[in-house]
Design a protein around this ligand. Structure first.
Ligand code: OAD
Length: 236
């Protein structure tokens, strides 16, 4: 086994071929909305109805998409690799879970969960929500919000992620533009520690590309399964 502790960071690019839009690249708009209008605490305070409708649409859309060969290859790596494989995703979709991934940290939250702003409980939430939905725990209303990390909020699992980055000997970044921190800074942390090999798998060079020791460019459904086979076969 060449690598004992593998850490993988994924972004919107891994879900692109499943039919989910990425964030950057289409004039800075996300599903026809400016990020400031739908993905900030201020936007939610200003117009909760718009923000709920936006995330309700994203949540419903999950029913129309399926994991692709890249999600499936990473799940295969998690079961087939004799060491540890920690998967960190910036994505709020559930395609890694549906592909069968086990250890999975959703650092930007999950579309299929809701959080109560009054009691802070978190719930599985496969349906629509709005300001008229009472909290199942404390019955407060309006209180529910998507369990999503908005701009200006602290991502989840930061301590676990930092610990994983300290231990890893192979860091793989997949389908992320490298423009949103703290995830965009992980390759610099790995580089500074000098203990792990780092690989970027993406459609095109990301903003942090020069810090990766190895880079492979192409669609995730091609480059990810190829690289996973190399690791499992002992060639990478
Ligand atoms: P971006 O939309 O910024 O970047 C997606 C990356 O995927 C780009 O570098 C594309 O080149 C690449 N890409 C596109 N199609 C691909 C394919 N078929 N195969 C491989 N790569 C492909 O998405 P993220 O980097 O994930 O945060 O964005 C980071 C965060 O910004 C998101 O989690 C979200 C957003 O604002 C929050 O919502 C908090």
């Amino acid at each position: 086994m060449k690598y004992r502790n593998i850490v993988i960071l994924t972004g919107a690019g891994i879900s692109a071929e499943s039919g989910l839009g990425t964030f950057r690249g289409s004039g800075g708009l996300w599903e026809d909305h400016r990020v400031e209008d739908v993905a900030t605490p201020e936007a939610f305070q200003r117009d909760p109805g718009l923000v709920h409708r936006f995330y309700n649409a994203r949540r419903r859309n999950l029913g129309k998409v399926k994991p692709n060969a890249a999600h499936i290859a990473l799940a295969r790596l998690q079961t087939g690799h004799p060491g540890s494989v920690i998967l960190i995703t910036q994505n709020v979709d559930d395609l890694h879970e549906r592909a069968g991934s086990g250890t999975l940290l959703h650092m930007h939250g999950e579309l299929l969960r809701a959080r109560c702003r009054a009691c802070a409980d978190v719930f599985d939430w496969p349906e629509d929500m709005d300001d008229g939905t009472p909290c199942p725990s404390c019955a407060a209303m309006p209180a529910l919000r998507p369990h999503i990390v908005w701009f200006g909020e602290m991502p989840f699992h930061m301590e676990e992620i930092d610990a994983a980055l300290l231990e890893t000997d192979l860091f793989i970044s997949i389908g992320t533009s490298g423009s949103v921190y703290p995830a965009a800074g992980y390759v610099a942390q790995i580089h500074a520690l000098g203990r792990a090999h780092s690989v970027e798998l993406n459609l095109e060079p990301s903003e942090g590309q020069s810090l990766f020791a190895e880079r492979r460019y192409g669609p995730a459904t091609e480059v990810v399964p190829d690289y996973v086979e190399e690791i499992l076969g002992g060639a990478a």
